[in-house]
Write a protein that binds this ligand. Structure first.
Ligand SMILES: [Zn+2]
Length: 155
């Protein structure tokens, strides 16, 4: 076998295992964006880069704002968010369904929750009201909200 091929196969095996989401240590890990301790396993989020670096966040607005400022899209290997309906479980952020509802308060105040399925998001919406959002809408909402907060603080 070609030596280089062998090296890349071994590399793939190693990376393949270690590149999923890294478990979040609640009450101990700090948010990469706001530096607060990550406490709530219904809202935490995580980015894994192609180089294998892991960034953890207490809420998705911190993830989106950190990403807009510090990372390029092509650096990102995977993005994760806690499933609101299955606390502590990290699901693919890109495939998640989002609900903006003030019925539940998220740690950083965006009040957007994420779940894994369309049925689940509709079920929560039927019960508590709110507005279903997609990935891009949540990202823009998170970034706008931060800009507005910063403007308010300057006055
Ligand atoms: Zn944060």
């Amino acid at each position: 076998m070609n030596f280089l091929l062998l090296i890349s196969v071994i590399g793939l095996l190693f990376f393949g295992c270690s590149r999923g989401p890294e478990p979040i240590d609640y009450g101990k890990d700090a948010c990469a964006a706001c530096k607060m301790t990550i406490m709530d396993n219904k809202y935490a989020a995580e980015i894994v880069t192609k180089k294998g670096k892991v960034y953890k966040f207490d809420a998705i607005e911190c993830l989106f704002n950190f990403k807009a400022k510090n990372l390029k899209e092509e650096d990102i290997f995977s993005e994760w968010v806690c499933d609101f309906s299955d606390p502590g479980k990290l699901i693919n952020l890109r495939k998640a369904y989002f609900l903006h509802t003030e019925a539940f308060q998220s740690p950083m105040g965006l009040d957007v929750l994420a779940v894994a399925t369309k049925d689940k998001v509709k079920e929560i919406q039927t019960k508590y009201g709110g507005h279903i959002m997609n990935y891009n809408e949540v990202r823009d909402f998170a970034i706008q909200r931060k800009m507005m907060n910063e403007m308010e603080m300057k006055h």
